[in-house]
Design a protein around this ligand. Structure first.
Ligand code: L34
Length: 278
């Protein structure tokens, strides 16, 4: 069996479902639209946003792109969000992170209407996730859960270790694994004996943003490894947080970078955008 989990293929299946949902709504005269805001010229963010726009085109969602200059003020950004909140042709709003330093990320996320918050970053949606009752799930961890279930990998009762505690990935990931009955450990930059903990993981999920951070000695033989990292090496090539070639030899399943979690993140974004409109 191929050990590599093909995120691109699974994402294509999710997008095909979304496409038929979008077509059904179109038949009833309902148009689904996603507004994507990007501030500044972060090249990686530009790639991700372009990919998201392509996904929209593929599934029939109308995308509205707002590429704002680096010099955009907080007030201007909030005014745009207010306008989009009130616009009925916009079902979902996403503000690509990270924002330039001078902008207040928390205030921006909090300004997006929770009903249009297809990232599920608004505190109200985060709260819903905590109590296991939600409409939107954050795209990256939800994409990972979808990948696991698609591959027939159950986390129930298993030791799942999440490395990284971000609001975007680590924390919601842990909540979703918990809801799926996993025993969950969250590790981070201050964790002592990291290798000892990761070596006990049946499912290891890594989102730290450091190239080849997880080496083969840190992984349990036969484990499932999910690599959320997106690092650009000195050679300009994309690489994950996992030392793929060495770890591959040891595990039962592993996601590649690119072609693993990234495409799933975007597929779930499409799914969330579809479900934002009824
Ligand atoms: N608001 N900000 C907001 N929502 C998000 O869900 C994100 N994230 C993260 C960064 N900021 C965000 C993304 O969209 C990361 N992320 C993301 C999305 C897509 C891809 C990577 C990260 C992706 O398309 N990855 C491709 C390769 C892309 C390339 O060639 O650079 C892959 O195959 O993994």
């Amino acid at each position: 069996m191929n050990k590599i989990i093909d995120g691109k293929a699974v994402a294509a299946q999710v997008k095909a479902q979304v496409k038929s949902g979008v077509e059904q709504l179109a038949g009833r005269g309902i148009n689904v639209g996603l507004a994507v805001i990007i501030v500044g010229e972060n090249p990686a963010s530009q790639v991700y946003v372009r990919n998201k726009k392509n996904d929209c085109a593929e599934v029939g969602i109308t995308s509205f792109e707002y590429a704002l200059p680096e010099s955009t003020t907080q007030q201007e950004l909030l005014a745009l969000i207010e306008k989009l909140n009130a616009d009925d042709s916009v079902s979902g709003i996403l503000c690509q992170l990270p924002l330039p330093e001078h902008l207040d990320e928390k205030a921006v996320i909090g300004a997006i209407s929770p009903e249009k918050d297809v990232d599920a970053f608004h505190p109200q949606n985060v709260g819903h996730i905590m109590i296991g009752d939600y409409t939107f799930l954050p795209c990256t961890p939800a994409g990972i859960m979808e990948l696991l279930s698609h591959e027939g990998i159950s986390v129930s009762g298993k030791n799942c270790v999440v490395v990284g505690r971000s609001n975007i990935v680590g924390k919601p990931m842990a909540m979703m694994l918990l809801k799926a009955d996993a025993t969950v450990t969250i590790c981070h930059s201050r964790t002592k004996n990291l290798a000892e903990i990761t070596s006990r993981a049946d499912v290891l999920i890594v989102a730290v943003g450091r190239a080849k951070f997880i080496t083969a000695d840190m992984v349990k033989p036969g484990a499932v490894v999910i690599d959320v990292g997106m690092n650009r090496g000195a050679d300009g090539k994309l690489c994950g947080d996992v030392d793929f070639d060495a770890v591959y030899e040891k595990v039962s399943r592993i996601t590649p970078v690119p072609g693993g979690v990234g495409p799933m993140t975007r597929a779930i974004l499409m799914k969330n955008t579809l479900s934002s409109k009824r």
